[in-house]
Design a protein around this ligand. Structure first.
Ligand code: NAP
Length: 251
């Protein structure tokens, strides 16, 4: 199969490109650093020529409300238009578990806009909604920092190793479209506060962690249900602490 990975240089994209190459597919990593830009359209039509599948794992350079909405709308419209022209048979995208439950988050509103455009496009699709990647801990802490304090909600949270989300995406990409959304999460549900506490302790970060049930997660207050998947979700096997210690050994 010829598979185009939009965002093929990113965290998820670069792992996905490797994994699809290992399965023997023809894989085109597509992103600005490869001369393919879904906002300007540069190189997009050429990349999609003869493609069977497009997997969109790109991300907005800015998480500011208007910028991120503009990115996902424009990028998705451009990809879908080019995909229809090229006769692509399956559009795969990654979204976020609970995106529809947190309309106060500009980032998650943008992910919902992306999902809706895909569903309305007429191209057979599969959407994988993932929980937060273990690798995202630093960005969560950074976004929650005010001065020297990090305000984090104790709400339920079920993060996953990026590698396990990538395995699921690779399987989805090489199988028939389901025209549906599937969820994936890590094996353990824990308070987000505990996840960030572990991370900050391990990296010996001097910032003060504050548990705050009103703390906003990229704009939205959380409940125990907000970011946790439903009962039918696929579940990874790797626990955060084990993953973290392995990262330390390999760096
Ligand atoms: N972080 C999480 O915990 C989490 C959880 C669930 C779902 N997700 C979703 O996972 C996806 C991937 O996240 P990630 O952390 O792997 O992202 P990332 O590492 O920030 O990578 C973003 C990718 O998007 C590309 N990109 C940016 N602007 C582009 C453009 N105009 N045209 C084409 N490509 C462009 C970048 O290319 P260049 O390198 O060339 O700039 C890069 O390859 C996102 O859609 C996110 O919503 C994330």
């Amino acid at each position: 199969m010829k598979i185009v990975v939009i965002g093929g240089s990113g965290l998820i994209g670069s792992k996905l490109v490797n994994s699809l190459l290992q399965l023997g597919h023809t894989v085109i990593p597509a992103s600005p650093q490869y001369g393919i830009d879904t906002i300007t359209g540069e190189g997009l039509g050429e990349a999609l020529k003869g493609a069977d599948v497009v997997v969109d794992v790109s991300n907005s350079p800015s998480f500011e409300d208007r910028a991120v909405l503009g990115f996902f709308k424009r990028s998705t419209v451009n990809i879908l238009t080019a995909a229809i022209y090229a006769g692509v048979k399956h559009h795969v995208a990654i979204s976020v578990v609970g995106a529809d439950r947190l309309p106060d988050s500009g980032y998650l509103r943008a992910k919902i806009a992306q999902e809706e455009l895909i569903k309305e496009s007429g191209i057979p699709y599969t959407i994988l909604r993932s929980t937060q990647f273990f690798e995202f801990a630093g960005r969560i802490a950074e976004a929650a920092t005010i001065g020297d304090e990090v305000y984090i909600s104790p709400a339920g949270f079920q993060p996953i190793a990026a590698d396990e989300a990538v395995s699921a995406l690779a399987e989805i990409a090489v199988n028939a479209p389901t025209n549906d959304t599937v969820e994936i999460a890590g094996p353990v549900c824990m308070p987000m506060y505990e996840f960030i506490r572990y991370y900050l302790t391990e990296i010996e970060d001097s910032r003060q962690l504050v548990m705050d049930e009103h703390a906003r997660y990229f704009g939205a207050e959380l409940t125990d249900e907000s970011l946790v998947p439903g009962e039918t979700a696929l579940l990874g096997k790797i626990k955060y602490e084990d993953w973290f210690q392995k990262q330390l050994e390999t760096t």
